[in-house]
Ligand binder design. Structure first.
Ligand code: FES
Ligand code: FES
Length: 170
């Protein structure tokens, strides 16, 4: 006996539209097909297996999902993946291709700029962009421009110290 509830099953007319897109992530092109509503964060984590970018709030409020698009910060949980075709996406996985930590990663380690580490990939991506923008000019400026990256462990003084350290050594 077939107990399938066909009334509850979505018809093909209800199926979300699929899109074919090419995403350039960490200098590799990926040809993907998925629901047009997939966020950049879910595309990275669920379709490409790049789980370094974290899902915290999933509503743009914590910064844990921060990645770079053409060098600029993006909260990937609010970005539709399909809108990022043709952009160069950089995630935390790209920072140490030869096993050598990126200078910002090394500074975070030196300054104990994390506890649980959940916010850390987003903090590091945000810090890299902030430093490249030349805006990490003071503790106040760092605090202001990193205000979208929340750390529930309260590692803010150490995060600021790590960023100051990189700027001083640049
Ligand atoms: Fe994207 Fe919180 S998970 S901002
Ligand atoms: Fe735990 Fe930032 S290190 S949330």
């Amino acid at each position: 006996m077939d107990h399938t509830d066909t009334a509850a099953m979505p018809s093909s007319a209800d199926a979300p539209p699929q899109v074919d897109i090419t995403l350039d992530v960490n200098d590799t092109e990926h040809h993907l097909r998925f629901d047009s509503r997939v966020t950049l964060l879910d595309a990275l984590r669920d379709h490409l297996g790049l789980t370094g970018s974290k899902k915290g709030c999933d509503q743009g409020a914590c910064g844990a999902c921060t990645v770079l698009a053409d060098g600029r910060r993006v909260v990937a949980c609010l970005a539709l993946a399909a809108q990022y075709e043709g952009r160069k996406i950089t995630t935390v996985e790209a920072l140490s291709p030869n096993g050598e930590p990126h200078p910002v990663q090394a500074a975070f380690a030196r300054h104990d700029a994390f506890q649980c580490g959940y916010c850390t990939p987003g903090q590091i991506m945000s810090a890299i962009s902030l430093i490249a923008e030349g805006r990490a000019t003071s503790d106040e400026a760092i605090g202001e421009f990193m205000s979208g990256n929340i750390c529930r462990c309260g590692a803010y003084p150490n995060i600021r110290a790590a960023i100051r350290d990189v700027v001083a050594g640049a």
